[in-house]
Design a protein around this ligand. Structure first.
Ligand SMILES: [Fe+2]
Ligand SMILES: [Fe+2]
Length: 133
């Protein structure tokens, strides 16, 4: 079973952002599947890399849109991205070094930040962008 199921309620109304969110959900679900199947670090590691790398790429896309559209809350939103990136990179380093494993707790954390951030901050931006000139 998928960890996260995409639904239209997660749409922020910007196709480029929605497509990237769907891809992020798919990668996080793939990591979750690998964990459930008991795959070792050599399988999970590259998937976790993909989660982190795609997240960084995705945040870059959103921040480019903030700049293009002149989003007034860009700085606060970018700070949240930076915090999430730092946490995700620390997790990757801990897993790579064998200090941490991909557990249900880790997957819950990934699920909660992904859906929580999309539903609150990204939607806020989407709503603002829909009304922006
Ligand atoms: Fe996002
Ligand atoms: Fe965001």
């Amino acid at each position: 079973m998928s960890l996260i199921t995409w639904s239209d309620s997660m749409s922020v109304g910007i196709a480029e952002v929605d497509d990237q969110h769907k891809k992020l959900v798919a990668i996080v679900n793939a990591l979750h599947d690998a964990m459930l199947k008991g795959h070792a670090r050599n399988v999970m590691g590259p998937l976790l890399d993909e989660v982190v790398d795609y997240t960084v790429y995705h945040f870059g896309t959103e921040e480019r849109l903030f700049a293009e559209k002149g989003y007034p809350q860009a700085a606060e939103h970018k700070q949240l991205h930076d915090d999430l990136t730092a946490t995700a990179k620390k997790l990757r380093a801990d897993v790579a070094a064998g200090r941490s494993i991909i557990s249900h707790e880790v997957m819950r954390f990934l699920r909660d930040w992904l859906s929580g951030h999309i539903l609150s901050e990204d939607k806020k931006f989407g709503k603002w962008a829909a009304g922006a000139p």
